[in-house]
Design a protein around this ligand. Structure first.
Ligand SMILES: Cc1ncc(COP(=O)(O)O)c(C=O)c1O
Length: 493
């Protein structure tokens, strides 16, 4: 096995006591010294490691096949490959990306029920066998283009309670499954399992229960045609951040008993999932710079004599250097709501950073934190104004947020947007000539060590399930990754 090197991940390891947030501060301070205050991301790849351990604990029976469409950055997929994840690819290019990392084709599911014939031939030539279908036409195409396909029947779900429904486009009805299985048999195709997707950002966990029970029906139906299926794919739909009503563990608490009921452990069924957002959303923070500003006098308030609050007299329009044609395409395509956080650390932070870099003493880190926290505290008497935030293009559609409350900001000030890793960079364009932001990848040393251990020894079994002494070694403030001291084999086949 190849030794992992930070260079291959294009990442900087964080000095002890430092966090991804410090990288945001430092990058802002460095770029604020020059003219180019370009928008940028900081991606904490250690957050992916954390998510991976959390997944293993919450869904011990389910192997994650990360949905590449969600964020196809090489550093991200390389991290997940090193952690032993499988991959859900929707196209030839996504398969090529995963192949280029040296991932075995058995760790790929070509999870697009409507594929181009030439791309099925590519999958065939490259040993990618698992692929989804939901129509007779697709079956005939696969019969022509792929001799050794292992087919997975995608069924529709009631995803009316999900933010981004998918079953409007994909998934066979239970009624339709019988004729599809019959046709597959006639064509001599191998159907090995069932998949579904409850819709992205699922808000009703009972959708999973219903879909798992429906999948059981299809497994039983398939036996009538002589198929002994062995793969259940429960798709994606899991939240990627904590700012949601329904937490990840609340969903998995519903999924696990449903799996145990309909697919008991002794049934020999392999269970996989296709999480996208779950793994990457919270790892990314986007920093944008205010490039222009307009002050709009509110005539109604100004003429109201009883109104003496000056913050109601004007509203602000701030223009920043990334918008809905770039990272914020998630507002249009992913129904995202993006709320800004004001960045207030001053250039003195950079001096502290430099100082501490040379004198890595914990006390200095503490002094630094104290000083930064003083600087970042909102001033209690600071006036707040209603404002809207706009992207840099010439399109009126390019609005990021409205009705925000922020202090009176100036050109050159920075705004931060957290949880920006899912369906953002993957779909952004350079419309109007605006470049996509640079991404600074970072990871704490304990997280790096943990990833290396998982890479060589497999994902640790959760302590409760394994009953083994996986002592959690706390990694200090820079990361809350629980570093197991003992690991056990749980690699993706
Ligand atoms: C087939 C398939 N699998 C997985 C995903 C990832 O979903 P999520 O990001 O909600 O986990 C998607 C998203 O569109 C999808 O279409």
């Amino acid at each position: 096995m190849k030794t992992l090197s930070p260079v291959d991940f294009n990442l900087s390891l964080l000095e002890e006591g430092f966090t991804a947030q410090d990288t945001v501060d430092q990058t802002i301070n460095e770029s604020s010294m020059g003219d180019d205050r370009d928008a940028f991301y900081v991606c904490d790849l250690g957050d992916l490691v954390k998510k991976h351990l959390r997944w293993a604990k919450a869904l011990p029976r389910v192997t994650p096949f990360y949905a590449v469409k969600c964020n196809n950055s090489v550093s991200v997929v390389r991290t997940l490959a090193s952690l032993g994840c499988g991959f859900d690819c929707a196209s030839k290019a996504e398969i090529q990306l995963i192949e280029s990392l040296g991932v075995a084709p058995s760790r790929i599911i070509y999870a697009n029920p409507c594929k181009q014939a030439s791309q099925i031939k590519y999958a065939s030539a490259h040993g990618v066998q698992k692929m989804t279908f939901d129509s007779e036409v697709e079956l005939m195409k696969v019969a022509r283009c792929h001799e050794n396909a292992k087919l997975v029947l995608r069924i529709a779900t009631d995803d009316s309670n999900s933010v981004c429904p998918l079953s409007v486009k994909f998934g066979a009805t239970l009624k339709g499954c019988r004729s599809l299985l019959r046709r597959a048999k006639e064509l001599g195709l191998d159907v090995i399992g069932v998949s579904f997707h409850v819709g992205s950002m699922c808000r009703d966990p009972s959708t999973y229960t219903q879909a798992i029970s429906d999948a059981r029906c299809v497994f039983d139906m398939a036996e009538e045609f002589g198929y002994k299926m062995n793969l259940l794919d429960i798709g994606g739909g899991f939240p990627g951040s904590e700012d949601v009503k329904l937490k990840f563990e609340e969903i998995t608490a519903i999924i696990n008993p449903a799996l145990d009921k309909y697919f008991p452990t002794d049934g020999g069924i392999r269970i996989i999932a296709e999480p996208g957002r779950y793994y990457v959303a919270s790892a990314y923070t986007l920093a944008v710079n205010i490039i222009a500003k307009k002050v709009i006098m509110n005539e109604q308030s100004a003429s109201n004599e009883e109104e003496d609050d000056e913050t109601n007299e004007k509203t602000m329009m701030y223009y920043v250097n990334d918008g809905v044609y770039g990272s914020f395409n998630c507002i249009l395509y992913d129904h995202a709501e993006c709320l800004p956080i004001l960045h207030t650390a001053s250039s003195t932070v950079l001096l502290y950073n430099r100082f501490i870099y040379f004198f890595k003493f914990q006390t200095l880190v503490l002094i630094y934190r104290l000083l930064v926290s003083f600087e970042q505290k909102p001033k209690p008497d600071e006036a707040m104004y209603t404002c809207s935030i706009w992207g840099p293009t010439c399109d009126g559609l390019d609005r990021i947020a409205e009705h925000c409350r922020l202090p009176d900001l100036q050109m050159g000030d920075w705004l931060l947007f957290e949880n920006m890793g899912a369906y953002t960079v993957a779909a952004s364009s350079n419309f109007n000539g605006f470049a996509t932001p640079d991404i600074h990848y970072v990871m704490s040393r304990p997280a790096w060590k943990c990833m290396q251990q998982i890479n060589t020894q497999g994902t640790p079994a959760p302590v409760e399930e394994a009953g083994m002494a996986c002592v959690a070694a706390t990694c200090g403030r820079e990361s809350s990754v629980d570093l197991p001291t003992k690991l056990c084999q749980n690699h993706v086949a």
